[in-house]
Design a protein around this ligand. Structure first.
Ligand SMILES: Nc1ncnc2c1ncn2[C@@H]1O[C@H](COP(=O)(O)OP(=O)(O)OP(=O)(O)O)[C@@H](O)[C@H]1O
Ligand SMILES: [Mg+2]
Length: 221
């Protein structure tokens, strides 16, 4: 599904160049559930952003379903992202003043899905993630675990096959973390490919494959 070949991403800060990921070779298959681990600054978020088309490589190649998408830019890159990727963040990144329903609706509006279809898709997902009774509450009025469920619902709304998550349980307590991990298990069983950055070994155990990074290099897989 995904192949990175000699993938490198460098950041320039004045005269200092940091290779956030360095000549990575990585293949990811459909329906995998992968945890990415490593110390702070090892390149985990950079890798996730590259995979999600939020960032482009400095050198090397990114193949998606056999197509070279390394040099996609602008609208084409946006389209790739919208079609294929759902993102979940540590801080949930919801719009506080919007309701749960409206937050999940946003990516569907951006894809120009009709009102009627949106309603059906959103209600189905909210039931699945057990937050249908919260749909008219504003994001700021619900708990952290409920906010993360909402963010996962939003990531799934467009039907994107890949869910990328950067420390999705990083700001949750241990009980809520378990609940959210159960949600990810369920999402995975439904046929999504999940790639998750985590510091938490317990969280990583849920994955089928653990990739460890150090200084931008894969040290175990
Ligand atoms: N936009 C940027 N500009 C300059 N340097 C950056 C940028 N983003 C990341 N870096 C550098 O690249 C390296 C990898 O960063 P990255 O954010 O991928 O690490 P991480 O493994 O996600 O760390 P953490 O666990 O703290 O989130 C770090 O040295 C970081 O300082
Ligand atoms: Mg990070």
């Amino acid at each position: 599904m995904i192949k990175l070949i000699n993938a490198k991403k460098s950041y320039q800060n004045g005269s200092v160049t940091t290779d956030a990921i360095n000549n990575l070779n990585l293949e990811i298959f459909k329906d995998e559930y992968i945890a990415i681990m490593g110390t702070s600054g090892s390149g985990k978020s950079t890798l996730l952003n590259v995979l999600g088309g939020m960032d482009v490589l400095s050198s090397g190649q990114y193949l998606f379903e056999g197509k070279d998408i390394t040099n996609l830019k602008g609208k084409k890159l946006d389209l790739f992202r919208k079609k294929n990727i759902g993102f979940v963040f540590q801080n949930f990144a919801l719009l506080d003043q919007y309701t749960v329903y409206e937050n999940v609706e946003l990516p569907l509006i951006s894809q120009k899905v009709s009102v009627g279809k949106r309603k059906k898709i959103i209600n189905d997902i909210l039931v699945k993630l057990q937050i249908e009774d919260l749909k008219n509450k504003r994001a700021k009025e619900i708990s952290g675990g409920q906010q993360q469920r909402c963010a996962i619902a939003r990531a799934m709304a467009t039907g994107a096959p890949i869910i990328l998550a950067d420390e999705p349980t990083g700001s949750l307590d241990s009980k809520t973390t378990k609940e959210i991990m159960d949600v990810f298990d369920q999402v995975h069983k439904e046929g999504k490919t999940i790639i998750m950055v985590t510091h938490d070994e317990e969280v990583a155990k849920r994955a089928q494959r653990i990739i460890r990074l150090e200084d931008g290099i894969i040290v175990s897989d």
